[in-house]
Each structure stands twice: as C-alpha cells, then as structure tokens.
Design a protein. Sequence first.
Length: 369
Amino acid sequence: MNIFIHNFIFMKNLCTLFYLVFTLFLTASAQKFNIHGTVTGLNDGTWIFLRKANPELKLDSSRVLNGKFNLKGNIEEKAVEMIIYTANYKDYTMLWIEPKEITVTVKAGEFKNAITTGSKTQIEADILRKKLITINYLEDSLTKLLKGKNGPETTAIWDKIKASRIEEQKIYQTYVKDNPNSLIAANVLQIYASSWGKEKTRELYQNISAEQKSSKFGKAVNEYLALNKEIKIGNKFEDFEQENINGKKVKLSSIKGKYILLEFWASWCGPCRGENPNLVTTYNAYKNKGFEVLGVSADDNKADWLKAVKDDKLPWENVSDLKGDRNLAVVIYGINAFPTNYLIDDKGIIIAKNLRGDDLKKKLAELLP
C-alpha cells in the first residue's frame, strides 16, 4: 500500500478514535437532573421554563397539568444555579440544582418562596437566605419610604439603609469564613470580591477549602486577585486588547479623543439597553468636539452581542472576549454591576465614574464647550 495512503488511513482512524473517546467523556461527565414541580394558583396549560442563571441558557420547559410540571436536563457540575419562571418572568425563583431527583413546590405570585428538597446546595442557600431575611425586609421598607421624598428628610433614611448594608456585608463575610467547603460561600465570595476589595477577598479566599478553590467560583476569585487593579478616580487607565465586532483586535489605548468613555455593558442587561439611546444622542452631540466611546460587552454569545450593537445603532467601537461577566477587562476594572463606565481624559487619567444621561451631558458641556 502507498505509504501516503497508509498514513492517511491511520490518522483518520486515530481522529475517529479520539472523537469517540471525547464524546464518551462528555457523556459520562454530564449527569441528569429531574425536577418534579407542584404549583398552586396557575391554570393548566401554563408554561413554566427553566434556564441557567449564568450564562443565560434555556434548558427546558413544561406545561402545568393538574398542578404538576416536570423539568429535566443534564449538568456537568456538582451544582448549578438555575431559574424557574413563567412567561415574561412574571413569577420566578432561583435555586441550586444538583444531578438528582429534585422536588419544588411553588405558589402563583410567590415563586420566590419556593420549597425545594433533594438539593444539598439549595439547603445551604436557604440557610444563608434566612440569615438575611430581617435585613432584607428592613431595606425594602426603607427603600419604599424614600419614594416621593427628597431633601433633608431622606438623610436619616439613607443612613439607616447604609447601616443595614454594612450589617448585610458582615453576615455574608461571616458565612464565607464559617463555611470553607461550601459552594454557596465560594459563590458569594466571587460575587462580592470587587466590592470587598483585594485585601478582604484574599483573606477569605485563603480560608476556603482546596475543593472550593478549584470550583469555577474559586477560580474566578483567584483570577480577580491576580488581575484586578482596584482602579479608582484619579488613577491612570489600565490598557487591554479585545476583538471588535469584525474580529479585529482593538486596544483601549488606540481610541483617540480628548475624553473617552469606557462603557461596560451587555446585550442581556436591561438598564444598559435602556441607556444606549441616551448615550448615542450624547455621542453624536460631542463626537466632533473630541468625545469618544469604547464599549466593552460582557456577552458570551456573539450573535446576541452583534444584534444588540445593530439594534441599538451603536456607532462607536465595541469589543468583547465573549467570556460573559468574566470578561478580562471586567476583571481588571473590578466591575460588579452593569452598566458601569469611566470617563478618561487626554492624559489617560480617570476623572469620573458612572456618568449617565443628563449627568454625562453636563460634564461634557463643561469639558468640551
């Protein structure tokens, strides 16, 4: 046999074998879960949906029949946070699903009070939630008191809200410290790392177990500790490079203007999409005076990102590494909410943060008369 043909057949068989082994590995690593749901107050035929909390991925749907519904699928992790919801998120609840038989009991209008059994991780989440109930009720009540009020009368209310948030933070940090082998604790640490700062985060991270350090949440915290620059107003900007909508690599430092707005956003972020028309109007008014924008998308789905850029008619440069809210620039800048932006002057110094709508227009009117 011709040696070329022999090598070709050998390589083809080797690739086929590799594909089969890889497929078997993926199949073996994925484990099934089955959610048996009971609901009161919803009519038969009502659709109930299931998706991952992050990234946003629809997994299954089921129609209510005699007060019952069933949702199932596969996961490759020990536990995954998911959302069970009705159309348009009129009702929803977040819960941790493990590869087991899970039972969920909900009531129309009160999905957030779901009773779940079969998931050890959800039991941990419920324990933490109960520790926060009193503070959460207090914050909700105080927030309602603010409606319709302004001026000096709100000062005392805001002081109480700030005090309750400090207490809430203490509860979270104590939970992380006291539960080193909890996935919920690792998740909490990952969520609040940039809010708590590197010193406190490092202290809590060093205390968690090796198993949780190797979880996706633990890895994210480790990445934050390694890459985050704790950027503040008055600091020089940190450069980074990502691909734009055409696949071309673009650096922040390559964007030229007297003032540059670094805008962190995502296609799935409602407030971001709501702010985009205002930003487009401001951009068009000041672009000829030296104002520029670089958008950084926290998307993980390129099609969704590109559609949002097109639908919102964003005329400035947009980049992403398609890693969702673990975007490298997001980690560097310690972004924990979207949208977030930084205004950078021509010397590369950050001079303002989170300017939106009229506040951004007023600032630019001062800087670029």
